[in-house]
Each structure stands twice: as C-alpha cells, then as structure tokens.
Design a protein around this ligand. Structure first.
Ligand code: G1P
Length: 296
C-alpha cells in the first residue's frame, strides 16, 4: 500500500518535560496528570487521538513520570472494592482510561527538544504516518481537528499541521508558518515555517498549535537535524527541511475551542470553562456567577 493511502493510526505524545511553570507540584506529579476537575489533561489528549482513529499511543516519558503509564493500567484491587460496594459510576470511570487506547511508553533520555522527543517514536511507528499531540493543549471533543488532519495527510502523503491565528505581538512564543491559500477555506499550503521568530521577522501570525500528522519518513530527517532555537532539536526545523526538499506541507486552520493547559492561568481557565459545562457539579455555575459579580 502506498504511503498516500494509509491513514495514521498511531499517535506520539511527547510528555517528558519538567513543567517548571507548574513547580512545585510537578516535582512529583507529571504536568500531564494535572486534573481538569477529576480527569487528567493526558486523558483528554489520548481521547482526542483515539476518537480520530489513532488509538495506538506512544508516550515519550522521563524518569519520575511512570505514573502516567500507571494511570492507563488496570487497578484490579480498586475495581473489586468499587464493585463490592456497587459504585458503578466510579468503576466505569477508572476503567475508561485503559479502554480508550493501547498505551506504549518510551523514555526520552534527555531534554534535547521536541524534535528529539518525536524521534524517539521511530522504532514504534516505523514508516507509517502518525499523529503527534503535544501534552499541554487539547481541543473540545465536539470541535474536531485531528480527523480532518489525518484525512488530509492520507490524501497528500505529506505533512499536515494545525494552525491558529495569534496576536502579532505573541508570535515569538510559537512556531510560525507562511502560507498560500487553497480552494478549501480551512486548508492552506505551507510555504515555510520558523520556530519562535522575533516579532519583526515572523512571516505571518499563524502559529503551529500542538497537533501534527507526519509521514514516517520524518524520522531520518529528525535524526539528522542539528540543534536549533534554544539549542534544542526542533520539530519545526525537520519539517521545514522536508518541505524544502519537496514534501507537501498543509495546514488546517483551527477555529474551534482549544484549551491551553501549559501555563497556570490558562490551565485554571480551562478547568473553570469545562467545569461550567458539567451537570454533575451541583451549584458550581451559580457560585461562579455570584463570585464573578463580586469581581466587578
Ligand atoms: C512547540 C513547538 C512550536 C509550537 C508549540 C505549540 O513549542 O516547538 O512550534 O508552536 O509547541 O504549543 P513549545 O511550546 O514546546 O515550546
């Protein structure tokens, strides 16, 4: 089967970072397991991958973060205790993670950059197309992005990115792409990309958000990519090398709800927003309204 007709069924989730913005809690709790009320951020991300058909998930982890893998394993003792007490909802909730996806793990073995972390997926992924989902953001499950990206990647056989407009003054926080329009309103052709450019050197205000669908042919390119911005091996640089050598690169413009959990204030907003949508937190919205009024 040719690469252009295969759909990505594997996902790589880089999750080896130290999360210094969340210290001291991340001294012993992986950032990826911080809860959105009662469900870890990582479960949202794994669900996003699985719902898009990429339910073979490789976590790229680090020393001290094995609890991420434990989270997706069975807890027979707890299951028995909950079953004995007839706590069916709780029982279902603890079984959900292991049923969502098939979880694999590999250690990154050094904080050498996002490109290096993704490159650690080479042996598991092989030459198949695969999705990459960064661990500090996720899309609302109703605002589908990844299925569209996977479909487009299967059509082109190239690289598919997710892009979002950001304020000009913030461009140096992200990878930024230059683009040409296509006939599809939500798809652009990427003509270049640069990692965290200075504001006056940014080719646009379209930022790469943390979702990628890549061909397996990126692994040797990642292997040969020298350290770039910040002295780290950058995924952006490897993708741009492939683009320059003729690999088609497209961007899907995401206009849906995206939740940032990568820094404390945004994480807190994510919790409040998603908590406000739940109907099992009695009194929360009423309290939120009242509390909001006290801030005026
Ligand atoms: C990474 C990528 C960057 C991208 C960002 C999205 O940066 O290198 O191109 O825009 O994720 O979240 P990081 O946030 O890991 O510094």
């Amino acid at each position: 089967m040719s690469e252009t007709s295969r759909r990505a069924t594997k996902a790589v989730i880089p999750a080896a970072g130290n999360a210094t913005r969340f210290l001291p809690v991340t001294k012993s709790v992986p950032k990826e397991l911080l809860p959105i009320v009662d469900k870890p951020v990582l479960q949202y991300i794994v669900e996003e991958a699985a719902e898009a058909g990429a339910d073979d998930v490789l976590l790229v982890t680090a020393r001290g973060k094995d609890s991420m893998v434990d989270y997706f394993d069975s807890r027979f003792d707890l299951e028995e205790a909950l079953a004995a007490k007839g706590k069916d909802d709780a029982l279902e909730s603890i079984r959900a993670p292991e049923r969502t996806a098939e979880i694999h793990a590999v250690r990154q073995g050094g904080a050498l950059g996002l490109g290096h972390a993704v490159g650690r997926g080479a042996a598991h992924v092989g030459d198949e197309p695969f999705a990459v989902l960064l661990g500090d953001e996720f899309c609302h499950l109703d605002d589908k992005l990844l299925p569209r990206m996977i479909e487009l990647q299967a059509e082109t056989g190239g690289i598919v990115l997710a892009l979002m407009e950001v304020p000009r003054e913030d461009v140096s926080r992200w990878g930024i792409a230059s683009v040409d329009a296509t006939d599809d309103d939500d798809v652009v052709e990427v003509t270049g990309m640069v990692e965290k450019p200075a504001v006056d050197q940014a080719p646009s205000n379209l930022s790469l958000i943390g979702r990628y669908v890549l061909p397996g042919s990126i692994f040797p390119v990642l292997h040969d990519t020298p350290p770039g911005r910040g002295g780290e091996i950058q995924l952006t640089d490897a993708m741009d090398t492939m683009r320059a050598k003729g690999t088609p690169v497209h961007g899907v413009i995401f206009r849906g709800r995206r939740y940032d959990t990568g820094e404390p204030a945004a994480y807190l907003q994510t919790i409040v927003e998603l908590a406000s949508e739940r109907d099992d937190l009695p009194g929360f919205n009423a309290w939120l309204r009242e509390f909001g009024a006290t801030l005026d």
